[in-house]
Design a protein. Structure first.
Ligand SMILES: C[S@@+](CC[C@H](N)C(=O)[O-])C[C@H]1O[C@@H](n2cnc3c(N)ncnc32)[C@H](O)[C@@H]1O
Length: 215
């Protein structure tokens, strides 16, 4: 595996491998959870998207955005506030209704979902994917599933994303991560690795931010 120099990963704190949470990191997590509740977000994940948007300006005012693995819907809440275009969320689990957001229940990698998106959204400007597998506890298996989800999200973008469009996908540092980044680099003009401050301390979670789809 390529060890990315720290400077190449945009972050203020980055550590790996996974380490158990300390009292202070648990306290920080609880704080963020309480903040999300107070501000009306469905989960603390909202702050990760805020950080991504502040830094990379992925979503513009008139963009149509598809969110893969969107439940319970906090990224959708943030995205709805950023664009006047269409916003669609897809998840294996039911997503409670959100004003002005089209919601689909199903596997985003299935042909049925792809055709429904194709039929309903004339132009897709941005695809975001925060999907994660259900953890089995077997680290190698979970890592392989996480990478497979990233590859499925990339396939989805190949089918639907407009040339010039943007993409963000959650991944995890470990086996096959570099290969996934390589595949994204082949198809986008600019690719960055970003670890939001709101990611749990000790997690190997990292976002691949890809701008300007080559088509
Ligand atoms: C961390 S949660 C997403 C949180 C979301 N970004 C938010 O802000 O509320 C990950 C989600 O990915 C979903 N997921 C995983 N694989 C999926 C797939 N193939 N198709 C659709 N959803 C999937 C899971 O059901 C889970 O709800």
């Amino acid at each position: 595996m390529i060890a990315y120099p720290i400077a190449q990963i945009a972050t203020e704190r980055f550590s790996r491998p996974e380490v158990p949470p300390t009292m202070s990191s648990r306290w920080a997590d609880d704080q963020l959870h309480r903040k999300a509740k107070k501000e009306g977000y469905r989960s603390r994940a909202a702050y990760k998207f805020h950080e991504i948007q502040r830094r990379y300006h992925l979503v513009r005012r008139d963009d149509n955005v598809i969110d893969l693995g969107a439940a319970p819907g906090s990224w959708l809440q943030v995205i709805r506030s950023l664009t006047d275009g269409m916003v669609m969320g897809i998840d294996l689990n039911y997503i409670p209704p959100l004003d002005g957001v089209r919601l689909l229940t199903g596997d985003f990698s299935s042909p049925e979902i792809t055709s429904r998106v194709h039929a309903e959204v004339p132009v897709v400007n941005v695809v975001v994917c925060d999907a994660a597998p259900k953890l089995s506890g077997n680290h190698s298996y979970d890592q392989a599933r996480a990478i497979a989800i990233g590859e499925e999200a990339l396939r989805f973008t190949h089918q639907l994303l407009k040339r010039g469009g943007n993409f963000v996908v959650k991944s995890f540092q470990g086996d096959m991560f570099d290969q996934l980044v390589g595949k994204v680099r082949e198809k986008f003009l600019a690719v960055h690795l970003f670890r939001p401050n709101s990611t749990r301390k000790g997690s190997s979670e990292i976002y691949i931010i890809a701008k300007n789809y080559r088509g």
